[in-house]
Design a protein around this ligand. Structure first.
Ligand code: FNR
Length: 362
């Protein structure tokens, strides 16, 4: 297969997957304005490349929460990966550790934390949705810790599910041969058919919409793992995250699946970075499809990025090999961008290597 960039996997996945599954992966909420903007905003940021720098050796490696990884590109949590491929999250885990980077496993995975851990060594984070039943949450966090996960990624933008109209029309449900494996035996493992999106009904029934800053503190009483707050879009919430003891912040709009008409994450990034004042690392996800996107995020102060849909699409098309290829292509494009901008290491990437529409002219 002659795949030359990450975007090409989407069309191939669309051909291969049942409509209900493809639509679930692809959708944004309501008008999907933010969905388009997540991509478009990157195209408004341009380079200020430096020339005649000896780029015969380029080092893309970096450190995240003390873990050395091959590149500042990591895997975001995306739910229900066995709808894409029978090996699901386990294939993603193997591909991600082969690439030398970090995978985040969703609470709503179709493989359990133990199954993913058993695929072999690798640095993995666990994404947490806080359920109304706090015993369920405490048990799950303990199991993730025991399975060797290194951080909790607390998703804070989903007290209620965003309105994803395709899922409503399709009456989205988890195919009956699959379960949310982390909840097996707890009566929370199935997402059945309703007259709405089955997932929206599931969230309405199980997820705790009272979640607030006090709970971020509570979480620290039940785990020693560092907590990354995922879903921050403003300076105010960046400051509150730091005060609440977060070890890091992920600037995310949930792949444009929650509140529509929030800015593209690349537009919100710099405000959050400034508010964090270097006290915790700031990461970004949303619309990252090119090595140039990764570079732009780092130039605006991100310590790394996460990718969501490219992983599920490539998994659907070619399983573990597909995910490996996506991570390899992004790595190679990022390395090329560094060379052509005159940066030999991550720390050489600066704000002066890009120009944005909000910069004032000199
Ligand atoms: C997601 N996302 C997500 N986030 C989360 O915290 N828990 C989850 O279970 C999921 N599930 C999920 C499923 C699918 C199909 C998508 C597309 C997204 C959001 C995800 O972690 C990330 O924020 C976005 O996917 C990033 O945007 P891109 O890379 O998909 O544009």
């Amino acid at each position: 297969m002659d795949i030359t960039n990450v975007m090409e996997y989407e069309a191939l996945a669309k051909e291969k997957l049942p409509k209900m599954v493809y639509d679930y992966y692809a959708s944004g909420s309501e008008d999907q304005w933010t969905l388009q903007e997540n991509r478009n905003a990157f195209s408004r940021i341009l380079f200020r490349p430096r020339i005649l720098v000896d780029v015969s050796s380029i080092d893309t490696s970096t450190t995240v929460l003390g873990f050395k990884i091959s590149m500042p590109i990591m895997v975001a949590p995306t739910a229900m990966q066995k709808m894409a491929h029978p090996e699901g999250e386990c294939a993603t885990a193997r591909a991600t550790s082969a690439a030398g980077t970090i995978m985040t496993l969703s609470s709503w995975a179709t493989s359990s934390v133990e199954e993913v851990a058993s695929t072999g060594p690798g640095i993995r984070f666990f994404q947490l949705y806080v359920f109304k039943d706090r015993n369920v949450v405490a048990q799950l966090v303990k199991r993730a810790e025991k399975a060797g996960f290194k951080a909790i990624v607390l998703t804070v933008d989903t007290p209620i599910l965003g309105r994803r109209e395709a899922d409503i029309k399709n009456r989205f449900a988890l195919p009956p041969h699959l379960t949310l494996k982390n909840f097996k035996g707890m009566d929370l493992g199935r997402i059945g058919k309703t007259d709405d999106s089955g997932l929206a009904s599931y969230v309405a029934g199980q997820v705790d919409r009272s979640l607030n800053w006090k709970d971020v503190k509570w979480l620290q009483t039940i785990t020693k793992l560092p907590i990354l707050v995922k879903g921050v879009l403003t300076a105010e919430d960046a400051r509150l995250s730091v005060e609440a003891g977060a070890a890091g912040i992920i600037v995310s709009n949930h792949g444009a699946r929650q509140l529509d008409y929030v800015p593209a994450t690349i537009m919100a990034l710099e405000e959050v970075v400034k508010a964090a004042q270097g006290r915790v690392p700031v990461f970004l996800d949303g619309g990252v499809r090119r090595g140039t996107d990764v570079f732009k995020a780092l130039a605006l102060g991100a310590s790394g990025v996460f990718i969501g849909r490219p992983v599920v699409y490539s998994l659907a098309v070619d399983g573990e090999a597909g995910v490996r290829k996506v991570l390899q292509m992004l790595h190679d494009e990022f390395e090329l961008t560094m060379a052509l901008s005159g940066c030999r290491s991550i720390k050489e990437i600066t704000r002066n290597h890009i120009t944005t529409p909000w910069d004032t002219s000199p």
